[in-house]
Ligand binder design. Structure first.
Ligand code: C5P
Length: 319
């Protein structure tokens, strides 16, 4: 079992001005696919909430105009992560520079410590991108309103705008239209990431569009009335069927969770991560132990849902 958060020291050049942020993962409590769009994307209705599994990102000013991304952990988590302008974090800083003016912002070193697995449906890369936007805003004291951040974020990816708001939210369109919802802060959630990840594009390409889409209204009522013990009964994810066709290990996790005291379980986003919601942290830890014993290739995390905006608070580090 992996600890969800343990702050790691991210050292950079002594004397440079730095800002550090913890970037949380998300899970999807509800995801319905309403149709295919002419731009190749799918029209969605999805409810997301942040959980206490964090990447750590630090931006440090440089004397020159270079932008360098340095991955600070050498684990298997980082093997497939690009460090050039194909990385969303680098794209985010380049987008800030374009907006503010290339000559008005100095270069920076971006140090990133990954804990959120990739190809997992947990939004790690998107969360890192928003952490980079916020860290840049703080470091360079930029006058950026939330609407500016949301429009920068929607150019970076479908679920990036969600992380500007954080907490619990309904996302529509291709995912970029975000409306805040009452938060679920503190719900225990066990996440299992199978050995094999899944490509979002591949999963979406296999989805069958429903004739009668499911409604999120039951889940929304639970949230509004703070009936969190009922949330587990109203989870839904349309992408589960195509994801299981591509990775049958997901069905194995679901069957194991059924043997625990789980309140409800489902896949997050386009997978391959699968999560269960529990009444207490004790119950969550017991279930996590069972999953660890029975799924040797999977990575298991015990987390809790986060309240709105508690997650992305930049810290200006002393020089
Ligand atoms: O926007 P993002 O880069 O995260 O999307 C990755 C891929 O997932 C898209 O290229 C598309 O194939 C698929 N996708 C989709 N409909 C969405 C979101 C993503 O088809 N609403």
């Amino acid at each position: 079992m992996k600890p969800a958060y343990q702050r790691t020291s991210l050292s950079c050049n002594p004397g440079s001005r730095c800002v550090e942020i913890a970037a949380p993962a998300k899970i999807n409590l509800f995801l319905e696919v309403l149709g295919r769009r002419s731009d190749g994307y799918h029209e969605l209705e999805t409810v997301l909430t942040s959980v206490s599994l964090f990447d750590q990102l630090k931006i440090c000013e440089r004397d020159d105009d270079q932008i360098r991304l340095i991955l600070k952990n050498s684990s298997a988590l980082c093997e497939t992560i690009p460090t050039d302008e194909n990385n969303l974090v680098v794209k985010a800083v380049l987008a800030l520079r374009k907006l503010i003016g290339v000559n008005r912002l100095p270069g920076c070193d971006i140090l990133l410590y990954k804990r959120i697995p990739s190809e997992a449906g947990l939004g790690g890369a998107s969360s890192d991108a928003v952490a980079a936007l916020l860290a840049g805003k703080w470091l360079w004291n930029l006058d950026l309103a939330e609407s500016d951040l949301l429009s920068l974020a929607s150019e970076l990816g479908s679920d990036v705008p969600y992380f500007v708001l954080g907490g619990t939210a309904m996302c529509r369109g291709r995912g970029e239209r975000v409306e805040p919802l009452p938060t679920t802060g503190g719900l225990p959630v066990v996440i299992a990431k199978p050995t094999m990840g899944l490509s979002t594009a591949k999963v979406f390409s296999k989805v069958e569009i429903p004739r009668e889409p499911r409604s999120a209204s039951a889940l929304m009522s639970d949230l509004a009335a703070r009936r969190f013990e009922l949330l587990g009964q109203h989870l839904f994810n349309r992408l589960t069927t195509p994801a299981i066709q591509l990775n049958p290990e997901i069905a194995k996790i679901a069957a194991l969770l059924d043997k625990t005291t789980v309140l409800g379980h489902q896949m997050s986003g386009s997978g391959s991560s699968y999560f269960g919601i529990f009444r207490s942290l004790r119950a969550a830890r017991q279930a996590a132990q069972l999953l660890s014993n029975r799924l040797p290739g999977a990575t298991i995390y015990v987390t809790q849902t986060l309240g709105s905006r508690t997650s992305m608070q930049p810290v200006m580090l002393p020089i």
